[in-house]
Design a protein. Sequence first.
Length: 400
Amino acid sequence: MNLVSTVPPQAGANAGDMGSNQSDMRERNERLVLTILRRSGPLPKAELARRTGLSAQTVSVIIRDLEARGLLDKGQKLRGKVGQPSVPMQLSPNGAFFLGLKVGRRSAELILVNFVGKELGHITKTYNFPTPPQTLAFVRGAVQELCATLSAAEQKRLAGLGIATPYFLWEWASVIGVAPQEMAAWKDFDLQAEIDSLYDFPVFLGNDGTSACGAELTFGTVETPPDFLYIYIGYFVGGGIVMNGALYPGRLGNAGAIGTFPVANADGSISQLVDTASLIGLERKLAQHQGDPTLALDPSVELHLSAPSIVDHWLDEAAPSLAQLIIGACSIIDFATVVIDGNMPKSMCDVVASRVSKALGDMPNSGVLEPDIIAGSLGPRARALGAASLALSKKFMLES
């Protein structure tokens, strides 16, 4: 069985959709309440009833149940208004725990987060290229190590593990400089099923770029409109799409797989976005200038300060290519905002976003309203957090 699921994921819906008082919609209404609290912060029951369209009695019943299950806590009383002070409800940090696994072309990461997205532990392994046995061995050891940091009661609240990985991983062997046979085993290896067989909790799979987008939507601090395009610059460039306030995965969960987008180069040739706007390009330019190519993938190094001329040279190609993608995307879907994040320091991501914005302004874009270009808030942890958000959203958020 191939790594990519053949079951088309469902497209998401706006968390502000109205609820239902029908008894058979109880679970959906619970997810609706949890989703609104996650995106809006603590709210009193009356405000939750207003936002969901549910009766005050129905909201009270749902909140009592969620509170009894340890998913909600009472916040501080809100005083200063006429009548009894209202008590906002909020997500309980220890309501549930999630594991997020990122399997990349150069490294694997496992992260443990609580119900509000706080990172409780993180383990990373680097390699020249990933293999199935190596990945499973990493997962076994890392899960055991991170779970050992939880109490017995907390381990019972471990609600799932999400996997964020590039789809068709075996097809990228030559690009990362290894023989195709070295990664051919991935073609018939079902990573999700193999990990699922090891544990009692459910395991979910998603594209790494789409998952990073989901992390920004679920855990990020950037203010975004209901629809936006998300770009993540890692070893390869990827992305995701948010429509109506929810992640839009597409027919096979690969919506926003922007690396294959064709771009015109300055010499008139055509290449793919992955060739010009990925950190692999920055890695190659460092090598060409006798620099340390491994620094391109070190998210703690501010290369725009230590090697500004090399980063500028890379951005001379990357920024116009990304601008072409954005114009193309906005001509189809009228995105008001584009969020750019990546495996780099926040200060460098700000520089990239600024250069892309300038390149966008230099392009002919008649008939397309230029979107706002902003930097994301999660950086190097976005893909692992996105994997964890897969498990969280599947269990506790409204997706359709």
